[in-house]
Design a protein around this ligand. Structure first.
Ligand code: ADP
Length: 707
């Protein structure tokens, strides 16, 4: 190259480089102005040559003071301490993070890029403050942590509530608090598509949607299906056409000042096989302004909706359980009421029973199967000086003493075997006086017919006994006194009738006949009365032995033969050789009495049968048990009406009161017969078909060989 040309070249080169430097400077100035990052130019000695405003702010000093300052004053990077470290090829740069300490000791985290020799011997240091970014990341982390804590806190609160209503209320209140939403509600969807708000938390400035029922149009079928599949709707601005709300819905949301809303479904999966069912929606409203819902909010709402769904299943289970418990409780209550009523009724009836029994002048008691008293009336205190409470639980022996108990024992055992008994006993009262009592025991059987005890009734019959004794004595005395004059009267009449003392006119003889007949009747009556009285007073002691029934029947028939002939009655006897255990004289008396009645009440030409029979009962256990022998006297007479069959055995009872006159009876014959037969432990009864005849039958025990 020529010198000139070289000079020219160097001139043009100098010019060019000057121009270049100016351009670079302008470029740097533009860069300084238009970037937010801090930029500094540093020289080879690592001192600040120039910087922009952002760098002044970062390093904390004005431009004039910064110029010439070593960069190591502010930053602790490796390159800042070693000037030579910047000797790397142009086009390469150094970058990383470092700490900047400003003049006011504020430390900042900074991202840096160092580009050497952007201008010869001048290096570009770009510092970007990343402290804020770091802080915001940390803040976000902290926030997330808080949200997790918040979520578990709310979930816990929900779980702790047992009642569904409470759970829903807790949910809306907590969501409203956390989201700072203006209104949070739970909308329950009914199967017919309608629905209503069942829980709400709303700021006082806004209208409530609680209990409002919404028609199906507000929430059409297709929406329901979408929600059932889990759709979530976050609308930042309900008026934004992009939100796609129908006009009617916009009208609806305006009515409640809703500007933004977030909707998550509450879905129930009733069982593994069924489809998800939409139970309701958890909805947050912003009324004060539009609102961009963030992911966290969506997530929170969704998770809480899931919690509600779980709570719903649990609540339904609980509800079912409660229903079962309530039903059972009601049943139990009913049972208790019935029992209480029954107890009250029982108490009342017991009280009444006590009042009644206490008012009666007889001993009334209930004795259990252990022979211990379980109930006594007041008479026990009056008679024995022992109150019912004292006697309660006492054994009969303790109350009555050994002697008296000995007399009653057999009857007590009979009652406890299930048979009612009646007997007479003598007892001693608290004052030492004796009393005759009539005692009746009535067994008490439970539903299984097991004897549980017996009721005992004892009445004082001392007075009756005394009167009976007096009556017996009176009758006996009178009868004896009557018998003597009657006998002489009878004899006198008989003598007169012979005519030995003079002949009587026909009329006189008739009168004498009547007098004789009446005297005979009077003698019979006195004899009958005396017989009866003797038997009843227990003065008769039977002389029982084995008697042949045939003999008795023959004797009786013979005794009555004359009477039968007189009345033109055929007497048919069918004797059999059966041994009976009896006092022959008394049985003869009974038989003649029955035969005399049969003849008396038969029409002339009639027949009277007398027979005997041994009752063969197959169920009699052994041949050692005495069998029954039945005697029967049958006639073809007028018969006896059914209602009289028992009555005629009572004293002076006659079917027709004229009978005594016509037939010469006394009305005592059958009474005496019954007494005689009962003394023999037999039974006597009458059977009859009026107009056709009557049968009188009685039983006697068969006489066994060892008798
Ligand atoms: P009487 O001394 O009157 O016969 P009874 O005690 O022997 O007394 O009889 C009572 C009543 O029973 C009789 O008056 C009669 O009315 C009735 N009677 C007894 N036996 C018979 C019979 N064989 N036929 C019809 N009536 C009878």
């Amino acid at each position: 190259m020529s010198k000139r040309s070289s000079k020219q070249h160097s001139q043009s080169g100098a010019k060019k480089s000057k121009h270049q430097r100016r351009t670079q400077k302008r470029l740097i100035q533009t860069l300084f102005k238009n970037t937010h990052d801090a930029i500094a130019l540093i020289d080879d000695g690592l001192c600040i040559v120039d910087m922009n405003i952002a760098a002044c702010d970062l390093l904390g000093l004005p431009r004039q003071q910064l110029k010439g300052q070593a960069i190591s004053t502010f930053i602790a990077a490796e390159f800042a301490r070693q000037p030579n470290s910047l000797n790397f090829p142009p086009g390469q740069s150094l970058s990383g993070e470092l700490l900047v300490s400003s003049s006011t000791q504020i430390r900042r985290e900074v991202e840096y890029t160092l580009t050497p020799n952007v201008i010869p011997h001048c290096h570009l240091l770009v510092l970007r403050d990343i402290s804020q970014r770091r802080e915001s990341i940390q803040a976000e982390l902290r926030q997330q942590q808080q949200r997790v804590e918040l979520f578990s806190e709310v979930t816990l609160k929900i779980r702790q509530s047992l009642q569904l209503k409470e759970i829903l209320h807790t949910t809306v209140t907590e969501v409203q608090r956390i989201l700072q939403a203006d209104r949070v509600l739970i909308y329950h969807v009914l199967p017919d598509g309608t629905g209503k708000t069942i829980s709400e938390s709303v700021l006082p400035d806004y209208p409530t949607l609680m209990d409002l029922e919404f028609p199906q149009e507000v929430f059409p079928e297709e929406y329901q299906q979408l929600y059932a599949q889990g759709r979530v709707r976050a609308i930042a601005d309900v008026h934004d056409p992009a939100a796609g709300l129908a006009d009617c819905l916009i009208e609806f949301v305006d009515q409640f000042q809703i500007k933004a809303k977030l909707i998550v479904p509450i879905v129930q999966n009733l069982n593994a096989h069924s489809q998800n069912q939409l139970w309701g929606l958890l909805i947050a409203h912003q009324c004060s302004s539009d609102r961009h819902w963030v992911d966290f909010e969506l997530e929170l709402m969704q998770q809480l909706a899931d919690q509600i769904s779980i709570a719903l299943s649990q609540a339904q289970l609980l509800e079912h359980l409660e229903e079962v418990v309530a039903a059972r409780t009601a049943e139990l209550q009913e049972e208790i009421n019935v029992r209480m009523q029954a107890e009250a009724a029982l108490r009342q009836s017991e009280e009444q029973l006590r009042l009644i029994t206490n008012a009666l002048p007889v001993l009334i008691a209930y004795v259990d199967e252990q022979q211990q008293y379980r109930f006594n009336n007041q008479a026990y205190r009056d008679w024995l000086g022992q109150s019912p409470t004292e006697i309660f639980g006492f054994h009969l022996r303790q109350v009555w003493g050994e002697d008296c108990y000995h007399r009653m024992k057999v009857y007590v055992e009979t009652a406890l075997s299930g048979q009612a008994v009646n007997y007479e006993n003598d007892i001693v009262l608290k004052d030492g006086s004796g009393r005759a009592v009539d005692v009746t025991y009535i067994p008490h059987l439970d539903e299984q017919k097991t004897v549980k005890g017996f009721f005992a009734l004892s009445s004082d019959i001392s007075d009756r006994k005394a009167i009976e004794r007096m009556k017996d004595e009176f009758i006996s005395v009178i009868s004896h006194e009557l018998r003597t004059p009657l006998t002489s009267l009878h004899s006198a009449l008989k003598i007169l009738a012979t005519g030995r003392l003079g002949t009587l006119s026909t009329e006189g003889q008739q009168m004498l006949g009547i007098a004789d007949e009446s005297t005979e009747r009077l003698v019979r009556l006195v004899n009958n009365v005396l017989d009866l009285q003797r038997i009843e007073s227990g003065k008769v002691i039977l002389d029982c032995q084995a008697c042949n029934a045939a003999n008795l029947m023959i004797q009786a028939a013979e005794a009555m033969q004359a009477m039968a002939q007189q009345q033109e009655i055929t007497l048919v006897k069918q004797p059999q050789d059966i041994l009976v255990w009896a006092d022959g004289d008394y049985i003869l008396q009974a038989l003649t009495n029955l035969l005399s009645n049969a003849i008396k009440f038969s029409s002339p030409g009639g027949t009277v049968w007398l027979n005997v029979e041994l009752v063969t009962e197959e169920n009699l256990p052994t041949s050692n048990t005495p069998k029954e022998v039945v005697f029967r006297v049958r006639d073809e007479g007028q018969g006896i009406p059914a209602d009289q069959l028992e009555k005629i055995f009572e004293r002076f009872q006659q079917v027709d009161s004229s009978d005594s006159r016509k037939k010469g009876g006394t009305g005592l014959g059958l009474t005496i017969c019954r007494k005689i037969i009962e003394q023999h432990n037999g039974r006597i009864w009458a059977e009859s078909t009026p107009g056709c005849g009557s049968t009188f039958a009685f039983t006697l025990p068969q006489a066994l060989k060892h008798h």
